[in-house]
Design a protein around this ligand. Structure first.
Ligand code: ATP
Ligand code: PAF
Ligand code: BAL
Length: 283
């Protein structure tokens, strides 16, 4: 595996991997890798000749007061995990390489970024879209693989990739991988390590409460009372607050009053200890 942190070296490496018509997949991450990330890597390997993983804790997507400084960073350990998975290229730029002095451009995906995490974290998705747009231009992948755990992020990246012609214009260029969970149902996340042992045990209540709400929706109950009950159950499970608990059209993220035959998604963000955890499931 080549580990690269400079743009000129990246360009040469990418040219090499793409030569002879070989395909290249990109898995963008912020590091502190877990089994969820490694599942994305395996999916990328199954779909392309070569796999690049990026590790970059992107300051642009953290608001002041969020956990940019606390976010776990362990490049050497991550590199060993990726090497063992047979990854070809680790792209690990510094902040100066990604955002040279005077950097002034923002990519903004209208509409989809106004709700859910976009409402709770103003500017967050501009930061995500900007860095992912740059990563696509830097690595020039044929496909890119993301987790469904960040469902809204996936929708925004799909929109941006189509709108800006960033990857090949086929439907499967942006691949979504189902959320990988711990044995007790908690979605794997680098931020789970902010939890104390007691909070970690309580955090399992989130996915249980979501499954309960989905069963109620599938019996024809309307969303309002079900979501109010879900919020109460999450708080009773030990969470301090719920940023949102919403039933949405899976593609457009429009709010839904009840299940109506469209592909739907139940999405939640809730805070426990110093962590803000997100989860979503098909409804
Ligand atoms: N449990 C998971 N299952 C599947 N994909 C995941 C999972 N967790 C993260 N991913 C995906 O990995 C990619 C990189 O995510 P990131 O590095 O932010 O990890 P994370 O664990 O989501 O961390 P965070 O605590 O920031 O949410 C994203 O596409 C994300 O959706
Ligand atoms: C896509 C991403 C790597 C952009 O920084 C990040 O938002 C993430 O890890 O999900
Ligand atoms: N996986 C989402 C990245 C973030 O919360 O900033």
């Amino acid at each position: 595996m080549q580990t690269i942190s400079r743009l000129d070296a990246l360009r040469n490496a990418v040219d090499g991997f793409k030569s002879g018509g070989k395909t290249l997949a990109l898995v963008p991450t912020m590091g502190a890798l877990h089994e969820g990330h490694l599942t994305l890597v395996r999916e990328a390997k199954a779909r392309a000749d070569h796999v690049a993983v990026s590790i970059f804790v992107n300051p642009l997507q953290f608001a002041p007061g969020e956990d940019l400084d606390a976010y776990p960073r362990r490049l050497a350990q991550d590199a060993a995990l990726l090497e063992a998975e047979g990854v070809d290229l680790l792209w690990a730029p510094t902040v100066d390489v990604m955002y040279p002095s005077g950097f002034a451009t923002t990519v903004s995906v209208g509409g989809l970024d106004a709700v859910l995490c976009g409402a709770a974290r103003p500017g967050h998705f501009d930061g995500v879209a900007t860095v992912v747009g740059k990563l696509f231009n830097q690595v020039r992948p044929d496909i890119a693989v993301f987790g469904e755990k960040d469902w809204q992020q996936l929708a925004i990246i799909r929109r941006m990739a189509r709108d800006l012609d960033l990857v090949a214009p086929h439907a499967d260029a942006i691949v979504g991988v189902p959320t990988v969970r711990e044995a007790d149902g908690l979605a794997m996340s680098s931020r789970n390590q902010y939890l104390t042992a007691a909070q970690r045990a309580q955090a399992a209540s989130l996915s249980r409460a979501m499954r309960h709400a989905i069963a109620q929706l599938q019996q024809g109950e309307v969303a309002g009372p079900v979501l109010a009950g879900l919020t109460a159950e999450i708080i009773a499970g030990g969470f301090a607050s719920v940023d949102y608990a919403d039933l949405r059209d899976a593609a457009t993220l429009e709010a839904m009053d009840r299940l109506d035959g469209r592909a739907a998604r139940l999405l939640v963000a809730a805070r426990i200890g110093s962590a803000r955890l997100i989860d979503n499931m098909p409804a």
